[in-house]
Design a protein around this ligand. Sequence first.
Ligand code: SF4
Length: 360
Amino acid sequence: MNFSRQLLSWYNANKRSLPWRTTRDPYRVWLSEIIMQQTRIEQGLPYYEKFVQAWPCVEDLAAADEQEVLKCWQGLGYYSRARNLHETAGQIVKLYDGRFPGTYESLKSLKGVGDYTAAAIASIVFDLPTPVVDGNVIRFLTRVYGITAPVDIQATKNQILGIALQNIDHRHPGDFNQAMMEFGALVCTPANPGCRDCIFSSDCQALARGLVGSIPARSPKLPVRQRFMHYLVLTFTKGNKLYIYLNKRTGNDIWKNLYDFPQMEAPAGTAAGTPLNEAVLRRSFILDHAEFEGSSSPYTHILTHQKIQARFYRFHSGNKIELPYLAVPLNELTSYPIPRLIERYLIESAILSTPRHPPS
Ligand code: SF4
């Protein structure tokens, strides 16, 4: 079969119309690739549009405040990608005078730009024959070529890259790469692939051998780390205003540079799923004069390799309590970048929409 010719003609007839497919502006292609990693197109598209509107070129993004970038990213998860995005914009302005470098290797030297993104930009913008291998491509190629080895081991990855390299269309490498990803996303899907009408059905090894459901194969999963977080939601009144304490997350852990509440994490292996009682909270956070207003039901939040169970304990004080956290006016809380878990709590507890009335 002429694999690439068949694929390109399918792509030209079936591709979805997406804003980054009508441009060869490296900034926009890069932005779309970073946003769409591990994100469905329907979910990522509004973020792409928000970013382009807020920062139409790389110089604008470089000049933005990191907090604004994290805020715009809020809800997409994987916040290190947003931090890298911002840092890389600065790198491009500083080192390359605002112009994206035009080779695969120099693209890869940018922060947050790995094999996949460098190959996508190199092929789509600079017409270089660098194959892109994402989850869609892996699924599609392993099925067509009947590869049964786990796809998360390096030898299989190399094999898949070799197949993509052999097949890439040198005259239209960008379209070829996008066609592979699009075919995996629309036809050779994880569940219920469209084998019946598939243009590759007569050559597909997985279909011929009855292995479509078991390819791509993966190595056994890593254990998921269980974490139990107890959050102090402490408000206080000062003058005519209500304040709340926030905790800026630093260090090498999830949600770096985002804000959550003062928190206690139960050590692994303890009976940590049970709620803390009021006395323990008062002792731990030195809350002598604050009034306890109740605790939330447990919240479960799933991250890659982590399962977080959180509870929120609400206290209010008539005066400021000296704590090593950031006190912010409650009505300014939404301008801080926060993890999805905290956002869920704020919405479900209605803390922002039904605040107590400060004394007049
Ligand atoms: S026949 Fe089915 S499994 Fe094979 S490439 Fe087509 S959609 Fe994928």
